[in-house]
Every structure is written in structure tokens, then in C-alpha cells.
Write a protein that binds this ligand. Structure first.
Ligand SMILES: *[C@@H]1O[C@H](CO)[C@@H](O)[C@H](O)[C@H]1NC(C)=O
Ligand SMILES: *[C@@H]1O[C@H](CO)[C@@H](O)[C@H](O)[C@H]1NC(C)=O
Ligand SMILES: *[C@@H]1O[C@H](CO)[C@@H](O)[C@H](O)[C@H]1NC(C)=O
Ligand SMILES: *[C@@H]1O[C@H](CO)[C@@H](O)[C@H](O)[C@H]1NC(C)=O
Ligand SMILES: *[C@@H]1O[C@H](CO)[C@@H](O)[C@H](O)[C@H]1NC(C)=O
Ligand SMILES: *[C@@H]1O[C@H](CO)[C@@H](O)[C@H](O)[C@H]1NC(C)=O
Length: 604
């Protein structure tokens, strides 16, 4: 019956693309249950468009009802989340053709269908080199390396309350939630953090003080300051959270800081509208960070933050190095603002054009560049189009780019770029994206990275991961930050790295060869991902090991081996291991999971 109705709408849409349709919660449940592949997803968007035409409130109210029926989240979470994200999705549905490509992308973001590994072909305009570029030569003698600290995903919960319930039913716990008032506390929140909760401020301060002992030339932070209370965030809360962390940085860190935007550093979560959207903008957050970051990055770069949607380029004093901090959220699959137009927009808000301009200036001036951003370009969270275009940029400027650094997944990972992805060899490896583990204890032990950097090439000589052990009895009194592993020591010996060599892209490629050949070595990497806490098993069962290695060889999203198998593949957040949870750990909760739960329940 339902499918017939959908077909009918399908026929009608050609004549009346906009057909106001009042739908009840149970109508929408049936529609969600009817989605079994890409075609049925497109068809389902047609009646949902009709609902969106009734207005944002009507649309959000029905989504709240659907979320309630899923039983996946508490009523306050359903209400807060759908009130925030519903209007964006309704706006999308009103703005696009349900049968067009954007609708397919929306299907992927909402329902896990119509995922594409085939980017739209587009050639990024790239200036030719003025003179032939000779690849950087390997120095015969090396200067003493300097240190750089990388932190990410601090997710500080300013409402963390010691003694509140740490074992709650919400995306994060350790707060006094109104609907839990009076309930007996089963697991009281301890002072320095809990696996189900975001970082208390004391944990963040402990890390900021600990990193001073490395005398870093500078510190980088690749975004996500705000907690996972995504059903509660307001502009006021995000504003004060960002202000507070910025003043913590200035008062506690002795080195210069180069910060960047994450998908949680705005409200609603992930919601960075493109400049082609006329009904919304988040200039307030660019104004805010532009002002707060000026003492860290200088006035020219802070002006860019304000005018280039959060991206900037700033020189590192007394070096030949430039930090290019990019706002990757315009390439984020779960930024629902990306689906409000059928017009092909290869470079939303000109982020790629800004990169090219800055990289060209650096090349001309003979300088080196480190790119820092939040979402790694190779993960399936990055839209395959923009990942491909990003790759074109880094291929062109591979001799100028000396490092690429990201966060977002909460895991200690790396991703390799190749000049030819169909021949993934050491000789073809041209770049590596280094992914920083999170401070927030929700995905393993809190950690940060220390890089030893060659003072002439700005290549990495070593990476040390420093972590605090959440389950150590002393953690709740005063976390001890200690060396978790030393990459040169552990990995260098497996690959046969000469003492004076940098950790080059070829080195990392060879390490993936070791992981493929040596199960013990691979298990080390798998344990390191979450710094030894909450380790998710990964071996040859379900091709987990080969898929993980495939992902290590993909700084370009179309080459990763993460397949989107539709709603059925998405299971409850709490049942997921760290690996599958990379997206949802970062999100707190994904709307897709709620829809997946509706489908799962209908099959019971
Ligand atoms: C958390 O709560 C659930 C259900 O309320 C219970 O089954 C579980 O044992 C609790 N865990 C801890 C660590 O208290
Ligand atoms: C959006 O930003 C890009 C890059 O800065 C710019 O070229 C374009 O004109 C802007 N579009 C609108 C509608 O403001
Ligand atoms: C953390 O501490 C616990 C308790 O002392 C210990 O069992 C565990 O092995 C430690 N984890 C790491 C990664 O050192
Ligand atoms: C990588 O492995 C290849 C093939 O074994 C070898 O020729 C090359 O020297 C290695 N490179 C590095 C950096 O380890
Ligand atoms: C495999 O890796 C383990 C652990 O890293 C190492 O001890 C061992 O020597 C490696 N085996 C071979 C054959 O290289
Ligand atoms: C292999 O991984 C699976 C999960 O994919 C896990 O259930 C199993 O215990 C693992 N086996 C070993 C020997 O670690």
C-alpha cells in the first residue's frame, strides 16, 4: 500500500513538485520502513518534501515523534536534537528535486543509501609552477629537531558535575539533567572524567599544563572544543565554551597556539551554511574566533578567519613554515546545509581557492606549509567530491606541503596520499595526514601527540603519543601524562628506518606493508588507536584488518574501504566498538542511527 502511494507521488512530482502533505508520525515510520535501497530512498523524499512544505515546526514535530518511537534516545534528547536539525533538513527538502543528485547525497546522510565513491569530475584551477620544482633533497646533516604539540577534540563539558550520574541514557553523562533529578545515583561522576562523559575542565587544564614540559615551538589544536550535548547547545553556550577554552589556552600554554574549527564548534552541531544559503549564516562564530584568536595568530590571520569562513594562514615566527588552518566542515557529509541546492558547488565558500592562493604564495616565496584541519580528507565523513579536489591541490603542492594534521575520529591514525592510487607503492606515496587522538575520554584514554620536527625540511623525525590512563587508580586524583609509545622506536625498527631518516610518506607506506604481513604488528596499531583503552577487536574476521589497511592508504575518500551498506548496517551506538563508532563517537548521536533503529524494530 505504502509503496503504491509512493509510486503515485513519484508520478506526480513531475507535474507538481511541491505538494503540501500532512503526515503523521506513523505515516513517516512507514515511509522510513519502505526505504530499502537508493531508488526507494529518492521516492521516500517526495512525501517528506510535502511534509516540509507545511513548515519547519510541523516537520520537526514529526521527527521528534519518530525519534521517540525509536526508543534510542530520551525524550529531551529527541526533542532538542530534532528541533535543531529538523528545520535544516526541511529547508533542504523544500529546495531540491527529490530525484536529483543532491537528494541522493541527502539520502546517504540521512539513511545510508545512495553513497557514492565516484566524485563529480572537476579540475581545480591550479597555477603552473613558474620554474621546474626540484623535489626537496635529503639533508646530509640534520639540525636539532624542535618540538610541536598537537591536541584535538578536547570536548570540554563546562557543566560536568562531580557526583552526578555517570551511567545515564543520554549521549553524554556526568551532568545534572532535569529529567534525572531525584533518581538514585548508581555511578557517581569522578573529578577527572569518565568514559561515558566529555572532559571536565580540570582534565583539559591538566593536559594544557602537562604539554608545557615539552617546550614546544608551537601547539596546534584541530578543533572540537564544545561538548557532545548536541541536543542542548545554544549560541550562548557555544560562545562561552569557545571563549573559555581560548582564555585557558592563553593563560596556561607557554607556547604559541595555532587553532582551528571543528564540527562541534557551532550550533546546531555541524551546521555551517554555505555562503549561497541566504536564510542562515554563522558569521557570529567567525567574528568570535577571529577576535579570540588574534593574540595567538596575529591580526592578518585573524582577519582571514572572519572573512574566509574560519580558515587562515599564519607564519610560524623564526621559521620558514606557514600554518594553513582550513575549515573542513564545508566538506562534511553530516553538515545538512550542504544539501539545500541542486547547483553543483565544487568549492563551497572558496576553501580550496584559499588553499591554492596560500600554497602558491608559499611556493613562490620558497616557504613550507603545514595544513591543519578537523576532518581527515580520507574518511567517509568527507564528501567524495571535495576529497578528490583536495587531493588535486596537495598533489600540485606536494613539495611545499611538509605536513598535514587532522582530528575528528578521536583515534590515533594516519592516511597516505599517492601520486597514483592504483599503484599504492612507497615510491608513489606523496603525503600523509596525521590524525590526533582525542582528549575526551569517550573513545579511549585521553592523549595528545608530540612531534620532533627537522628545523630545515619541517618533516617529522618522530611522533610520541602522550596519554593518561583513565582506569589507573591515581587518575581521579591527578592524571599522570606519560609516554604511551614512541613511533620511531616501535615502528622504525619494524620497517628498518635508518637513524637519520625522516618519517616520510614512503616510510608510512612500508609500515602498512608490515601491518599486512605481520599480524602482531597490526595488533599493536589496533591497540594504539584508542591508546590501549576500550580496544575494539580487529583481525581477519569480516576483513577488518584488510579494510583498516586499505583506509590507511587513502587520504582520498573515494579510495577508502568503508562501504555504506544502508540502514541495517548501523547498529546502536552502545553496541558499537571503537572502530565503527568513529563517526557517531564524534557526533554524539546520528540521525541515521535513529532511522536505522526504526527499521530494525519493524523487523522484530
Ligand atoms: C549502568 O546502567 C545499566 C542499566 O541502567 C546497568 O545494567 C549497568 O550495570 C550499569 N553500569 C555501571 C558501570 O554501573
Ligand atoms: C562565496 O564565497 C566565494 C569564495 O570566497 C566567493 O567567490 C563567492 O562569490 C561567494 N558567493 C556568495 C553568494 O557570496
Ligand atoms: C591502565 O591502568 C590499568 C589499571 O592499573 C591497567 O590494567 C591497564 O593496563 C593500564 N592501561 C594502559 C594502556 O597502560
Ligand atoms: C620501502 O620499501 C621499499 C621496498 O622494500 C624500499 O626500497 C624502500 O627503501 C623503503 N623505504 C623506506 C622509507 O623505508
Ligand atoms: C612482527 O611484529 C612484532 C611486533 O611488532 C615483532 O616483534 C616481530 O619481530 C615482527 N615479526 C617479523 C617477522 O618481522
Ligand atoms: C577477531 O575479531 C572479531 C570481531 O571482528 C572478534 O569477535 C574476535 O574475538 C577476534 N578474534 C581474535 C582472536 O582476536
Amino acid at each position: 500500500m505504502r509503496l503504491k502511494l509512493l509510486n503515485l507521488f513519484c508520478g506526480w512530482v513531475v507535474v507538481f513538485p511541491a505538494l503540501v502533505t500532512a503526515l503523521s508520525v506513523s505515516d513517516v515510520l512507514e515511509i522510513i520502513e519502505s526505504i530499502v535501497d537508493c531508488a526507494t530512498c529518492h521516492a521516500a523524499l517526495i512525501p517528506l518534501q510535502g511534509l516540509a512544505l507545511l513548515g519547519d515546526d510541523a516537520f520537526s514535530d514529526v521527527l521528534i515523534g519518530v525519534c521517540d518511537v525509536s526508543g534510542l534516545e530520551d525524550a529531551d534528547v529527541c526533542s532538542g536534537l530534532m528541533t535543531r536539525l529538523g528545520p535544516i533538513i526541511a529547508h533542504d527538502l523544500r529546495s531540491i528535486d527529490a530525484l536529483d543528485q543532491t537528494a541522493g547525497r541527502l539520502c546517504d546522510a540521512l539513511f545510508g543509501f545512495c553513497a557514492s565513491k565516484t566524485p563529480n569530475s572537476f579540475t581545480v584551477p591550479l597555477p603552473s609552477p613558474v620554474a621546474p620544482i626540484s623535489p626537496p633533497s635529503t639533508p646530509t646533516t640534520r639540525g636539532t629537531p624542535f618540538q610541536v604539540v598537537h591536541i584535538s577534540d578536547v570536548h570540554i563539558d563546562r557543566d560536568y558535575t562531580v557526583g552526578s550520574e555517570a551511567n545515564c541514557t543520554k549521549p553524554i553523562c556526568c551532568r545534572n539533567f532535569a529529567d534525572e533529578a531525584g533518581d538514585p545515583i548508581t555511578d557517581p561522576a569522578q573529578p577527572f572524567g569518565n568514559q561515558r562523559c566529555d572532559s571536565p575542565a580540570v582534565l583539559s587544564n591538566s593536559m594544557l599544563e602537562a604539554l608545557n614540559s615539552f617546550n614546544a615551538k608551537f601547539v596546534m589544536s584541530t578543533g572540537d572544543v564544545v561538548a557532545h550535548d548536541i541536543w542542548l547547545t545554544t549560541q550562548d553556550e557555544v560562545t562561552s565554551n569557545l571563549n573559555d577554552f581560548n582564555s585557558d589556552i592563553l593563560s596556561k600554554i607557554k607556547s604559541q597556539m595555532f587553532p582551528g574549527f571543528g564540527n562541534h564548534d557551532v550550533t546546531p552541531v555541524n551546521a555551517f551554511p554555505r555562503n549561497t544559503t541566504t536564510t542562515a549564516n554563522v558569521q557570529w562564530v567567525f567574528d568570535l574566533q577571529s577576535t579570540d584568536w588574534e593574540p595567538m595568530i596575529g591580526s592578518a590571520a585573524s582577519q582571514q578567519v572572519d572573512h574566509i569562513s574560519g580558515s587562515y594562514a599564519a607564519p610560524v615566527p623564526d621559521t620558514n613554515l606557514i600554518i594553513l588552518s582550513i575549515n573542513t566542515q564545508y566538506w562534511y557529509r553530516l553538515n545538512f546545509w550542504l544539501y539545500d541546492s541542486d547547483t553543483f558547488q565544487p568549492d563551497p565558500n572558496g576553501v580550496l581557492a584559499f588553499m591554492v592562493e596560500q600554497l602558491q604564495a608559499a611556493e613562490t616565496a620558497g616557504k613550507k606549509v603545514w595544513i591543519i584541519g578537523h576532518i581527515p580528507p580520507g574518511v567517509s565523513d568527507t564528501t567524495e567530491d571535495q576529497s578528490n579536489y583536495y587531493d588535486q591541490v596537495i598533489q600540485r603542492y606536494k613539495d611545499t606541503i611538509a605536513g598535514q594534521f587532522f582530528g575528528h575520529t578521536h583515534l590515533d591514525q594516519f592516511e597516505i596520499a599517492y601520486s597514483d592510487y592504483s599503484h599504492q607503492t612507497a615510491a608513489n606515496a606523496v603525503g600523509v595526514g596525521f590524525i590526533c587522538p582525542a582528549l575526551t575520554p569517550t573513545s579511549g584514554n585521553p592523549a595528545f601527540k608530540v612531534y620532533d620536527v627537522d628545523p630545515d625540511t619541517y618533516g617529522l623525525m618522530n611522533i610520541r603519543v602522550i596519554s593518561a590512563n583513565l582506569t589507573d587508580p591515581t587518575f581521579q586524583e591527578n592524571p599522570t601524562w606519560s609516554l604511551y609509545y614512541d613511533a620511531r622506536e616501535v615502528y622504525g625498527s619494524l620497517v628498518g628506518l635508518p637513524a637519520t631518516s625522516e618519517l616520510t610518506p614512503a616510510f608510512w607506506h612500508n609500515l602498512t606493508e608490515v601491518f599486512a604481513a605481520n599480524e602482531t604488528a597490526f595488533q599493536l596499531y589496533n591497540t594504539f588507536l584508542s591508546r590501549g583503552g576500550n580496544v575494539a577487536p580487529c583481525n581477519d574476521t569480516d576483513n577488518c584488518r584488510s579494510n583498516t589497511i586499505c583506509d590507511l592508504r587513502a587520504l582520498r575518500a573515494q579510495n577508502n574501504c568503508d562501504v555504506d551498506e544502508g540502514l541495517a548496517s548501523l547498529t546502536r551506538r552502545t553496541e558499537e566498538g571503537v572502530r565503527k563508532a568513529t563517526t557517531s563517537q564524534c557526533e554524539g548521536v546520528e540521525i541515521r542511527e535513529i532511522f536505522a533503529e526504526i527499521q530494525r524494530k519493524s523487523k522484530e
